[in-house]
Design a protein around this ligand. Structure first.
Ligand SMILES: [Zn+2]
Length: 59
């Protein structure tokens, strides 16, 4: 992945159902220098970034 700047790339939040525990949970959206869209669970701020499966919705 490209470099993600924490300050400049936050695109907000989106509520999605988490398959692991079946709960509706916020994902934090992040953009990178290559204009990809990434997200991570808002309740796991140090967790891994995953590629957003529907980036066209958030550009
Ligand atoms: Zn990238």
């Amino acid at each position: 992945m490209h470099q993600v700047s924490r300050e400049s790339s936050n695109r907000g939040f989106v509520l999605v159902k988490r398959e692991d525990d079946g709960r509706r949970t916020c994902q934090t959206l992040l953009g990178c220098t290559g204009r990809h869209v990434w997200w991570r669970w808002a309740d796991q701020p140090e967790g891994p970034l995953e590629a957003c499966p529907v980036p066209e919705l958030f550009r």
